[in-house]
Design a protein around this ligand. Structure first.
Ligand code: NAP
Length: 307
C-alpha cells in the first residue's frame, strides 16, 4: 500500500515527487508513455526561472527526478492502463500489475497531437516543435510555418511574427475553427501568410538533422510543391492523458480534468497537477507550481485521515 502514487514524470509529477518525498511519504512515480513529459522533447528552456543562460529541457527534468530520488521517491517504468477510483484505497493497473494507494496525483499531461508525417518525429527539437512559447526565439529572422486552424494556431502564428522573417499558416480546410477575434488578429498581421485547403505531406531534411523544407499539397488545385522553412510548428491540439479515469473523474468535453479548486478533483484523495487539467497556460513553471500544490494537498489529506 502506497501513501501516494504520482502518475507522470514531467515538471508537475517530478515537483509533486520532490515535495511528497521530502514530506517522507515515499511517493511512487509512474513514468508513463512519455517519460519526462514535454520538456524531454524540447531543447533549450529559456523561461524557467533561475537559469539566466537557459537550461536544456531534458537536463532540467532529469535533475528534478534526481532531486526527488535523493529524498526517497521511487520511479517505475510503465503506464496506468486501468484505474479503480470507486473507493479508497484506489487501485491502479500499471502494465498488468495492480497497486493500491491512499492518495493519487494525476500529472499525466496532455500529449501534443502530431500530423503523423514520415519524418516528423525524427525532426522534433530539430526544427519541428509543438510549442511556440518554448522554441519561437530560435527562429529569429527565419522562415516559420504553423499548422492548424484553431485558436492555438492563430495565437502561435501571431506570437511567432515577433521572431520570424515570415510566418506561413497552413490549414487543411477553407474555414477555420478558430474564434473570430483570434482569426482576425492573425489575418490583420501583415507578417502572417495563409495557405488554406493545404496539407503537409512531409518535412525535410533528416539527412541534415534539421528542418529545411516541407512538401505541401493544395487539395483544391491538386498542386504539390516544396517550400523552404526553418521552424515547423504543429498546433493541431493536445490530447489529455485521462483515458483510464473516464467515467470516474469529472472531465470536460475534451477530456481535461475539471478542477474542484486548488489541486482537487471530484474524488477526495485524488489530485491533479499540470497539463492534464490546465489547457490554458501549459508552461513548465506553472506545471511545477501545480505539482507543488497537489503535494501539499496530499500531505493535508493524509494528515486529516490520520495517516
Ligand atoms: P482545436 O480548436 O481542436 O483546433 C485544432 C485545429 O487543428 C483544427 O483547425 C483542425 O482542423 C486542425 N487539425 C487537427 N488535426 C489535424 C490534422 N491531422 N491535420 C491538419 N490539421 C489538423 O485545438 P486548439 O487550437 O489547440 O484549441 C484547443 C482549445 O483551446 C480550444 O477550445 C481553443 O479555443 C482553446 N484555446 C484558446 C486560446 C485563447 O483564447 N487564447 C488559445 C489557444 C487555445 P479542422 O478545423 O479541419 O478540424
Amino acid at each position: 500500500m502506497h501513501d501516494v502514487v504520482i502518475i507522470g514524470s514531467g515538471c508537475a509529477g517530478n515537483t509533486a515527487a520532490i515535495y511528497t518525498a521530502r514530506a517522507n511519504l515515499k511517493p511512487l512515480v509512474v513514468l508513463g508513455h512519455e517519460p519526462g513529459g514535454q520538456l524531454s522533447i524540447t531543447s533549450l528552456v529559456e523561461n524557467f526561472p533561475g537559469f539566466p543562460e537557459g537550461v536544456n529541457g531534458p537536463d532540467l527534468v532529469e535533475n528534478m527526478k534526481k532531486q526527488a530520488e535523493a529524498f526517497g521517491a521511487e520511479y517505475m517504468h510503465g503506464a496506468v492502463g486501468e484505474a479503480d477510483l470507486s473507493k479508497a484505497p484506489f487501485r491502479l493497473n500499471i502494465d498488468g500489475e495492480w497497486r493500491e494507494t491512499r492518495t493519487l496525483i494525476i500529472a499525466s499531461g496532455a500529449s501534443a497531437r502530431w500530423l503523423g508525417l514520415p519524418n516528423e518525429q525524427k525532426l522534433i527539437g530539430r526544427g519541428v516543435s509543438s510549442c511556440a512559447t518554448c522554441d519561437g526565439a530560435f527562429y529569429r529572422d527565419r522562415k516559420i510555418m504553423v499548422i492548424g486552424g484553431g485558436d492555438s494556431a492563430m495565437e502561435e502564428a501571431n506570437f511567432l511574427t515577433r521572431f520570424g522573417s515570415e510566418v506561413t499558416l497552413v490549414h487543411r480546410r477553407e474555414n477555420f475553427r478558430a474564434s473570430k477575434i483570434m482569426l482576425e488578429r492573425a489575418r490583420s498581421n501583415p507578417k502572417v501568410k495563409f495557405l488554406n485547403n493545404t496539407v503537409v505531406e512531409d518535412v525535410h531534411d533528416v539527412g541534415q538533422n534539421m528542418v529545411t523544407a516541407v512538401r505541401l499539397h493544395n487539395l483544391v488545385t491538386d498542386q504539390t510543391w516544396e517550400q523552404e522553412v526553418d521552424g515547423f510548428f504543429v498546433a493541431i491540439g493536445h490530447i489529455p492523458n485521462t483515458k483510464p479515469f473516464r467515467g470516474q473523474l469529472d472531465l470536460d468535453d475534451e477530456g481535461y480534468i475539471v478542477t474542484h479548486g486548488g489541486a482537487r478533483t471530484n474524488i477526495p484523495g485524488v489530485f491533479h497537477a499540470g497539463d492534464v487539467q490546465d489547457r490554458n497556460y501549459r508552461q513548465a513553471i506553472t506545471a511545477a507550481g501545480a505539482g507543488c500544490m497537489a503535494a501539499i494537498e496530499v500531505e493535508r489529506y493524509l494528515e486529516a485521515e490520520g495517516h
